[in-house]
Design a protein around this ligand. Structure first.
Ligand code: NDP
Length: 305
């Protein structure tokens, strides 16, 4: 079985590619340049079951056509993981919302055009952000289920980068479910989505951080590099280990029960206070140098909300 993985060079996708190869699948990944793709092939020791295609910008029209025209007939499963995850922008439409939605629509269109008979399963990496708006996520009494949708509109998403990112996940996921509904007679695949909370855990390759660490790992990295005297903000949210997120991508297409489902992945809630407590206790080289907050106050946000 051959699995296509978009955005194969990313934090989560690298674990997925690794798990797929270990499970005996053939993998076709997409990355933004030949240079990035060659680097990834090298990291996997030029595994003969792994090949790469260039998809430079998922925001561009028909971004996935070339790759699917070339390889579509071999592909049985598509894992669409690529999407912008960055908060350092003020151009929310062009840097977040449009690429997320266009990327999702163009990969589904490419399947319909070139691989409608071969692709049986599509899994889209959505987010808890598609289930709840940031303002709801900080409300401890807020409950989500498979029917929940982030309430933000395209307009209210223009407030700030976090709101826009969350909106980008909602609008992209919505576009996928709408596509499936509207194209029932032209496709044969079933759709599942993976909706994780903040994803933490090891980088698959420790030398893959040349261009900076991915956004969710940066939350921990910032605390490691915090100053003892600096201002401490006790940030909180739902989290899940990247290795579990990767496993869920495989389960989503291997387990028939996952067809048509949204898989919300959350181990528990975390807060920055707990992270700095662990860093101060377990890493003597950091003690006294990094933020301490109010040690032992634990998940203070639970009591306050
Ligand atoms: P990364 O930034 O490491 O991965 C994102 C991937 O998408 C990269 O390979 C990136 O390529 C690619 N990409 C982004 N924009 C474009 C574009 N315009 N054209 C082509 N490729 C693009 O982040 P993660 O691994 O964390 O994220 C993977 C997925 O998981 C995303 O869909 C994200 O929304 C979702 N997710 C992540 C969570 C987290 O906490 N990490 C939580 C919930 C969902 P390049 O690096 O070359 O730019």
């Amino acid at each position: 079985t051959t699995v296509f993985v978009s955005g194969a060079t990313g934090f989560i996708a690298l674990h997925v590619v690794d798990d797929l190869l270990k499970a005996g699948y053939k993998v076709i990944g997409s990355g933004r340049s030949k240079e990035k793709n060659d680097g990834l092939l090298k990291k996997f020791n030029n595994n003969p079951n792994l090949s790469m295609e260039v998809v430079e910008d998922i925001a561009a029209p028909n971004a996935f056509d070339e790759a699917f025209q070339k390889r579509g007939k071999d592909i049985k499963v598509v894992l669409h993981i690529a999407s912008p995850v960055q908060f350092n922008t003020t151009d929310f439409e062009n840097d977040l919302l449009i690429p997320a939605v266009n990327g999702t629509e163009s990969i589904l269109e490419a399947i319909k055009k070139y691989a409608a008979d071969t692709v049986e399963k599509v899994v889209i990496t959505s987010s808890v952000a598609a289930l709840a708006a940031p303002t709801d996520m900080s409300n401890n009494g807020f409950v989500v289920n498979e029917e929940s949708w982030n309430k933000d509109t395209w307009e209210s998403c223009q407030a700030d980068a976090i709101t826009a990112y969350c909106g980008s996940k909602k609008f992209a996921e919505r576009a996928a479910w709408d596509f499936v509904k509207e194209n029932q007679s032209a496709i044969k695949f079933t759709l599942s989505t993976i909706n994780p909370g903040f994803v933490f855990g090891p980088q698959l390759f420790t030398n893959s951080l040349k261009n900076g660490i991915n956004s969710s790992s940066a939350i921990i990295a910032k605390l490691v590099r915090s100053k003892a005297s600096g201002k401490f903000y006790n940030f909180s949210g739902p989290f899940i280990d990247v290795r579990d997120v990767s496993k869920a991508h495989l389960a989503a297409f291997e387990n028939p029960k996952c067809a048509g489902r949204r898989l919300f992945l959350c181990e528990d809630l975390f807060c920055s206070q707990e992270v700095v407590d662990v860093l101060n206790e377990e890493f003597p080289q950091l003690k006294g140098k990094i933020a301490t907050g109010e040690p032992g106050s634990g998940p203070g946000y639970l009591a306050k909300n």
